[in-house]
Design a binder for this molecule. Structure first.
Ligand SMILES: O=C(O)CCC(=O)C(=O)O
Length: 295
């Protein structure tokens, strides 16, 4: 369980203020060496597992050139669902504590992924904002990234455009109406990308970016993979809006509240709805069952 009284000590007031102002944080070497070793070991287990695979599946997304001898993994989907070490890190460990500290109270876990961005050409992530992929009832969602290896500028580090989280939320559809998941060329021209900060750092460094932040990363043209473990949280009183984007398909543990309880209350059109409990995992009771207090 995350220690609610203690989590504010995880980062300084200056860090919190700078996150609010700029929409991102860079915390070099934030993760302790034991935790980092555990995360790397867990990650290595999936690299070994991938050797038996020929095509991408629900758990591992492989690059076309993937082979048993030379694995090339794009992404491990929802690591928390597949390994206890990732689960502990995201739900009771440093990532959970940092999320609670930055959001100032209990948080709601949304999803996680491990982007490997393999060596010698691991793919670019074009400029985009996250909130369009999984809209919430507020703009509190943030993503915490941890580099599992030393990451230098050649390796395609995460790039963020400071302050862009307070700007336009761009349409990430293509002109033909298909979903692109990236900001279009005309909109990109309205942004000053010379201000981008490339967040490199030694293994165990942490990046944080707000859900409205313009961000992306270049291809990894180095001979070293760039594993970045990402986990997303919102405030506990922020809710994913169903039937838009990835909401509802983000893993079995999505929606779990960390560091306290959810009040299940939202304000819509100025009226507060004291909502029912979350029945998404155990199934909703019928109104008869609830009113007769069936257990
Ligand atoms: O892996 C990266 O460099 C960026 C990842 C990202 O922005 C995403 O997966 O939404």
């Amino acid at each position: 369980m995350v220690d609610v009284a203690g989590y504010h000590q995880v980062i300084s007031t200056e860090h919190r203020e700078s996150y609010e102002r700029d929409g991102y944080l860079q915390l070099p070497g934030f993760i302790d060496s034991n935790t980092l070793a555990g995360l790397k070991k867990a990650s290595d287990e999936f690299v070994e597992l991938s050797r038996e695979l020929r095509t991408s599946g629900k758990i591992l997304d492989l690059e076309p050139g993937h082979t048993e001898e030379e694995p090339r993994i794009r992404r491990l989907n929802s690591p928390v669902d597949h390994h206890e070490t990732f689960r502990d890190f995201s739900f009771v460990g440093a990532a959970a504590e940092l999320a609670c500290a930055l959001l100032g109270g209990p948080v709601r876990y949304h999803h996680s992924k491990l982007n490997f961005k393999w060596s010698d050409g691991g793919e670019e992530v074009r400029w985009h904002q996250d909130i369009q992929f999984w809209p919430h009832t507020d703009f509190s969602p943030l993503t915490i990234g941890v580099y599992l290896a030393d990451v230098d500028q050649e390796m395609g580090p995460m790039g963020v455009l400071p302050g862009s989280h307070r700007g336009t939320l761009f349409d990430q559809y293509r002109p033909d109406g298909a979903w692109d998941g990236a900001i279009g060329a005309n909109d990109l021209e309205t942004l000053d990308l010379t201000d981008v900060k490339w967040l490199s750092g030694p293994a165990g460094s942490v990046t944080v970016h707000n859900c409205c932040m313009v961000h992306g990363s270049l291809p990894n043209n180095s001979p070293r993979p760039r594993p970045l473990l990402l986990q997303t949280y919102s405030r506990a009183d922020s809710y994913p809006i169903a039937h838009i984007g990835a909401n509802g398909s983000t893993g079995a543990l999505s929606g779990s509240v960390i560091g306290g309880d959810s009040r299940q209350r939202i304000v819509v059109d100025g009226r507060e709805i004291p909502g029912a409990p979350d029945w998404s995992r155990r199934g909703a009771p019928t109104i008869f069952g609830s009113q007769q207090q069936d257990t």
